[in-house]
Design a protein around this ligand. Structure first.
Ligand code: GLA
Length: 394
């Protein structure tokens, strides 16, 4: 099992890196977690339900005003070079624009939407959320930037507004038309819990996942397995899927696929065409699976939850076509490994991770089986839910 660097260690590393880079100590800091989505995939931009959990992998940002009209940001993350950028403080007349290096666009996008009136500052960003691993590395960078800016300027945002601002940054500066799930859970995660999010009303329900008094028996765990195949979502696939969904909704005469049902889809099958029909089938069934899964957790029907997870994977693989051979291979391995209730690919797809519901006592054995049978090198974690983003006292 992967041993994850603790948050205090990560913060210390970030403070030291800042001091080395800028020659003084940082004054303000922030952290924002990554996430794993338990079920409800590619439903958020269809106004549906999602069920993510914030995980103890974080982006951390520390810094201070520098008394100049320059903003200087550095990172130690494994990103495209250069690892340090410098630009003029933005103004209404001279707003920020996207450019190279790409990693800085997440930071610039948030800055752009946060304020046009900010003094020069220096900051350092560190993250142990694997890049392109489907655990929301980009949302955690956006949310940590926004939380850092709140700490720096004293201006604070409502959590939902903060998540929406970060989503807008991703749309406008990273060209990725994502839904709201990742930014939302990074802002609003709760310790030992997952969050059922209604992506239409933005209402949330906290479902506790650990301990004797909880909704899930404490003898189960969520095992996250990184296939170590990097996904690349800003490519054409994600916007294409989104486009197919919007087309389906339009042809069905509904606002979004949240309002569609199986009968309506079947009735319009010819008009939709096979591809759009399949996308619709996935989304409509996945929204239903997500609410059923939460009910199953609340009623401790773990076999049922496991079944729903497997069904979700098959639907993502065959109908939505966003899986890849390595993710399928990992799910296949878990299917024949004792102690696994169910598993599925998690996140946008085309690489990244699977999430499996397992008997906690058998997790080490299951990990062993995965390492033995997977054709590439997997990284395995067991996570509990953690709280969402916050400022940190340095
Ligand atoms: C990515 C997007 C999310 C969501 C998932 C798929 O992570 O950022 O908004 O659409 O894919 O569920």
């Amino acid at each position: 099992m992967e041993v994850v660097e603790s948050l205090p260690d990560l913060v210390l590393k970030c403070k030291n890196a800042f001091a080395k880079e800028f020659g003084c100590d940082p004054i303000v800091g922030a952290k924002a977690p990554g996430r794993v989505n338990i079920i409800g995939e590619h439903t958020d931009y269809n106004d549906g339900y999602v069920f993510p959990m914030a995980i103890p992998l974080y982006s951390v940002m520390v810094g201070r005003y520098n008394g100049t009209s320059k903003i200087r940001i550095a990172t130690s993350a494994e990103v495209d070079n250069p690892k340090r950028v410098e630009f003029d403080t933005p103004s209404k007349e001279n707003p920020l624009t996207q450019g190279e290096p790409k990693w800085a666009n997440y930071v610039k996008g948030v800055l752009h939407h946060f304020s046009h009136d900010i003094s020069g500052f220096d900051a350092f960003i560190i993250s142990n959320v694997p890049l392109g691993g489907g655990l929301s590395s980009s949302a955690s960078v956006e949310v940590v930037t926004c939380t850092f800016l709140e700490a720096l300027t004293g201006k604070s945002l409502l959590l939902a507004d903060k998540a929406l601002l970060c989503q807008k940054a991703e749309h406008t500066f990273a060209n990725m038309p994502c839904g709201i799930m990742d930014q939302f859970i990074s802002c609003m995660g709760k310790a030992n819990s997952a969050l059922l999010i209604d992506c239409r009303s933005l209402e949330t329900k906290t479902v506790t996942l650990e301990g004797g008094k909880s909704d899930v028996d404490d003898s189960v765990a969520f095992l996250v397995v990184n296939s170590n195949v990097k996904h690349q979502l800003s490519g054409s696939e994600y916007p294409q899927r989104r486009g197919d969904c919007f087309k389906a909704a339009e042809l069905l005469g509904v606002k979004s696929l949240r309002d569609a049902n199986m009968t309506a889809l079947r009735d319009k099958r010819d008009e939709l065409g096979e591809r759009v029909y399949k996308r619709g089938l996935h989304v409509v069934s996945e929204i239903e699976r997500c609410t059923k899964a939460v009910k199953a957790i609340e009623e401790r029907q773990l076999e049922e939850l496991g079944r729903l997870m497997y069904q979700s994977h098959v639907s993502l693989r065959d109908l939505y076509e966003v899986s890849c051979p390595e993710l399928d291979e990992l799910v296949d391995i878990t299917m024949i490994t004792p102690g696994v209730y169910g598993s599925r690919m998690t996140g946008g797809g085309f690489g990244g991770c699977i999430v499996a519901l397992v008997k906690a006592s058998q997790a080490p054995k299951i990990v062993e089986e995965i390492h033995k049978n997977y054709s590439k090198k997997a990284t395995c974690y067991v996570f509990n839910g953690v709280d969402g983003a916050s400022q940190i006292q340095l």
